[in-house]
Design a protein around this ligand. Structure first.
Ligand code: HEM
Length: 210
């Protein structure tokens, strides 16, 4: 579960970099999406990414069920707030919100790009999908645009909280941690969580406001 989690952590950083081109110009994003959709290395990584998500989700359920089974009766006195964070105790629920988002997101974009009807543009003589218009229309389509933007932003907050616990915890599980590294990894994890959650949030906000 930690290895698949670390793989997904890398994917999120790559995905955010590709998406930031949305804020640069329509051509910049279309070139970035075209590169992601045609580069052979990315094409090899795509099924691995699907497998990574699947493994991570299946293991999270197995581990959560084991946790619940091992303590069917709650502690009477122990105040868990002293020994763990809210996010760490609610990883399964935060993960479920992200999973719900992912289902909607894949239908919104991935499915349309792969199997739906897409407009095309020609940039520097190369014909490619107009992914920019697809993304911008989702966030600016009247009331529905507000609904999707809100769903996305709430999900990014849940994702940020999920990541707040995820990074150091994954390294600890694979044995790469001690007292000194735990502190460093917590800081790096928090910075990463904030950059990812804020970075993705800026996108719908930018199109809603400007
Ligand atoms: C505002 C934020 C986001 C935007 C605008 C966005 C945009 C896109 C677009 C346009 C695609 C289709 C790419 C293609 O097939 O050409 C895509 C695919 C995908 N996105 Fe996102 N995305 C966002 C956030 C996220 C987040 C937070 C996650 C994960 C939690 C995520 C996971 C995925 C996955 C798994 C795919 C399918 C695999 C792939 O095409 O690489 N996305 N996204």
């Amino acid at each position: 579960m930690s290895v698949s989690g670390l793989f997904l952590i890398v994917f999120l950083a790559v995905h955010l970099v590709a998406n930031i081109f949305l804020l640069v110009s329509p051509d910049a994003f279309n070139i970035s999406a075209h590169f992601m959709g045609t580069n052979p290395i990315i094409q090899i990584m795509q099924p691995l990414l699907g497998a990574g998500f699947l493994l991570h989700i299946i293991y999270s359920f197995i581990i959560q069920l084991q946790n619940w089974k091992s303590r069917p009766v709650k502690y009477n006195k122990v105040d868990q707030k002293e020994s763990s964070t809210w996010a760490s105790r609610n990883m399964i629920w935060l993960g479920l919100v992200v999973f719900g988002f992912l289902t909607i997101h894949v239908i919104n974009f991935f499915w349309v790009v792969k199997f739906g009807h897409m407009e095309h543009v020609i940039i520097d003589g190369v014909k490619m999908e107009d992914s920019y218009t697809l993304v911008v229309s989702l966030f600016t389509d009247g009331v529905l645009g507000y609904v999707y933007s809100s769903i996305y932003i709430i999900s990014f907050i849940a994702l940020g909280l999920h990541l707040h616990h995820a990074l150091w915890s994954a390294f600890q599980t694979i044995g790469f941690s001690n007292d000194a590294w735990r502190k460093r990894l917590t800081v790096v994890g928090d910075i990463y969580a904030i950059v990812i959650a804020a970075g993705f949030t800026i996108i719908p906000l930018y199109f809603l406001l400007f």
